[in-house]
Design a protein around this ligand. Structure first.
Ligand SMILES: Cc1cc2nc3c(=O)[nH]c(=O)nc-3n(C[C@H](O)[C@H](O)[C@H](O)COP(=O)(O)OP(=O)(O)OC[C@H]3O[C@@H](n4cnc5c(N)ncnc54)[C@H](O)[C@@H]3O)c2cc1C
Ligand code: FES
Length: 283
């Protein structure tokens, strides 16, 4: 059983969970993820390993409540257990001393770049992170990010916190002003596409973590198929990190929308269940 040891609300739509999972904590490396099942017969969803503590035997994950499974998870409390928690999955980020590296984390991507920044810094890199969100209330982990970076740039689309800019604006400035060896971009697919377009003219190798729909996470079901450099890969076993300049973004966008109807139905069903159990409690 994978017990929730603590739970914290980071933003109105984002929750941090610390899970007791000593085996996974021991093996986890930056860039990897877990597949979580909240209930016995529930859907399996991939979530990035945002932190691991080998001594405490814990994994930290951050989930945004966007559909039935993440909303169901939000209802769990410390002491409750997840039905399953499988990992670490995926290939770890490639770690070397590259020099100046820039990591761009948009929204939830902030949690995903956290362990990559820490490992890159331990490998001797000068780590610059750009973290951004639509508005200030959706930003989280600023202090935690400061602790694993050499420079931190905070932006919001509406200017309500930090600099008013999209993440790609300071990224472009850095590419113009400094010798940047490598860039990582993690966040919404559209942001990752624009990170790729921003760095391409400067010839800076850029890595993105592809958030394609995953089911088994072991390369068996084919759900997470992506096309990179004209070749087909499964993001769960061959990735999730790929060369951003080679990704077929249109295919990724269309496959992300593949199960929209089913996801909508699952959310409606979950909301109906909630209303029914509320009515029963009131009786
Ligand atoms: C490698 C990887 C790491 C991820 N890390 C995080 C993370 O750290 N935190 C986080 O909140 N989210 C993360 N995601 C996305 C997360 O898996 C989805 O938000 C989640 O599955 C939504 O489930 P739902 O039932 O709440 O919403 P749904 O209504 O089922 O789906 C909402 C949207 O989430 C995406 N999605 C749905 N099911 C899946 C699935 N099985 N696999 C992938 N995407 C799906 C689709 O784009 C979909 O339109 C990650 C995805 C991948 C592939
Ligand atoms: S999730 Fe099934 S092959 Fe990748």
């Amino acid at each position: 059983m994978y017990r929730i040891l603590s739970k914290a609300t980071l933003t109105p739509v984002t929750t941090e969970y610390v899970i007791e999972a000593p085996e996974i904590a021991r093996k986890a490396q930056a860039g990897q993820f877990v597949i979580v099942r909240v209930t016995e017969h529930g859907e399996r969803i991939p979530l990035t390993i945002a932190d691991n503590d080998i001594e405490a035997g814990t994994i930290t994950i951050v989930a945004q409540e966007i559909g039935a499974t993440t909303q169901r998870m939000k209802q769990l409390s410390p002491g409750d257990s997840l039905a399953s928690f499988t990992g670490p999955l995926g290939r770890p980020s490639e770690m070397e001393n590259y020099g100046n590296v820039v990591l761009v984390g948009g929204g939830l991507g902030i949690a995903a770049i956290h362990p990559i920044c820490r490992s890159l810094r331990a490998a001797g890199n000068h780590v610059i992170a750009i973290i951004g969100a639509r508005t200030g209330e959706l930003l989280f982990w600023e202090e935690r990010m400061r602790a694993v970076t050499d420079e931190l740039i905070v932006v919001t689309d509406d200017g309500s916190y930090g600099r008013k800019a999209l993440t790609t604006i300071p990224l472009k400035e850095l590419c113009e002003e400094r010798e940047i060896a490598r860039v990582w971009g993690v966040g919404p697919a559209i942001m990752m596409k624009f990170v790729a377009l921003t760095t391409k003219p400067y010839g800076v190798k850029t890595i993105v973590s592809l958030n394609s729909v995953m089911v088994d996470g072991t390369g068996m079901c084919g759900a997470c198929r992506v096309s990179v450099g004209g070749r087909t890969f499964f993001a769960c076993v061959d990735g999730p990190e790929f060369d951003a300049h080679q990704v077929d973004w249109d295919l990724l966008f269309s496959r992300q929308r593949y199960y929209l109807e089913e996801e909508k139905r699952a959310l409606e069903l979950f909301q109906k269940e909630q209303i029914k159990s509320g009515q029963e409690d009131a009786r």
